[in-house]
Ligand binder design. Structure first.
Ligand SMILES: [Cu+2]
Length: 299
């Protein structure tokens, strides 16, 4: 009897410990839900990254659609040229025809390219309008490019403004991706429309998120807008893609997408951790900067 009681008691304690550990883990890091899926570039990758948003899915579709049309045109023209070279060269056709005009063929070679251009331009314009529609977002993040880090300001969360630096090679932890992981990623909710107000504090930068279909220049003194809607929780990467100085390669973008409830929990934690006064930017040493420093020392 006593034994049975102890067994049950022990089991209850263990269960409580497991539940508590699980709870403690989720409450410690509200962005943990993002860790299950990493959308990062692979060595020798072909094509675009897996689409993480409806916009990137449409970009991917349009790219392949135009590629198939182009392939058809190239194959058709190559076959036609080969036929002409063989059938109508000086040896095979010593007495050439003096025909110069043919109404039917002139109509055909104007009509077919016109049709091709129309079937390309309709989905292209649709996509341009879709990309430009930043109306009714759930939230807006102001993204500011700096030499050489990003700054994220959550317009709907008072005081939430922090900087995001690449993790230098000598500070990488297991699970970090070299030259892509950052100290403070941008955290966003999945399934909600998020608007980006993109600007720069110094020179031209590029806010480029290939898996989400976002690419806008960050220009000092002006704001460019874009938007995204992330399909599923995960970690998504991007990079500055406008040459912006010596550490241009050291300003990647890391986004952690989590369910809305987790995002809201994160804003509470982040608000106290990242409030404007608490931001302490850590300078990043890129290989280029290191070279300059070494050269200065050796002089
Ligand atoms: Cu840059």
């Amino acid at each position: 009897m006593k034994r049975a009681f102890l067994t049950v008691f022990g089991a209850v304690i263990m269960l409580a410990a497991i539940v508590h550990a699980g709870y403690a883990q989720t409450s410690a890091d509200p962005t943990a839900a993002a860790n299950g899926y990493v959308n990062a570039p692979r060595p020798w990758q072909m094509w675009f990254p897996a689409a993480g948003s409806p916009m990137q899915a449409q970009i991917d579709w349009l790219m392949k659609y135009v590629l198939w049309i182009m392939t058809g045109v190239v194959v058709f023209v190559a076959i036609l040229m080969a036929y002409v070279f063989i059938r109508f060269n000086a040896k095979a056709n010593p007495v050439p025809s003096h025909l110069t005009h043919n109404t039917l063929i002139e109509f055909v070679w104007l009509f077919i390219p016109t049709v091709l251009l129309v079937i390309i331009i309709i989905p292209s314009l649709n996509l341009i309008w879709y990309e430009g529609d930043t109306s009714n977002p759930y939230m807006t993040v102001t993204v500011t490019g700096h030499q050489w880090y990003w700054e994220y300001n959550y317009q709907s969360v008072p005081g939430l403004d922090y900087t995001s630096y690449m993790i230098p090679d000598d500070k990488l932890l297991p699970g970090d991706i070299r030259r892509l992981s950052v100290d403070h990623p941008m955290v966003l909710p999945v399934g909600e429309k998020i608007k980006f107000d993109i600007t720069s504090g110094d020179v031209l930068h590029g806010f480029y998120l290939p898996s989400l279909g976002v690419q806008k220049y960050a220009i000092p003194g002006t704001i460019q807008t874009s938007w995204t809607l992330i399909n599923k929780p995960g970690i998504y990467f991007g990079q500055c893609n406008q040459i912006c100085g010596i550490n241009h390669d050291a300003m990647p973008i890391e986004i952690k997408a989590v369910p809305l409830a987790d995002y809201l929990a994160w804003t509470k934690v982040a608000q106290s951790n990242y409030s404007e006064n608490n931001v302490s930017p850590v300078p990043v040493t890129s290989p280029a900067e290191q070279k300059l420093a070494d050269a200065a020392v050796s002089k």
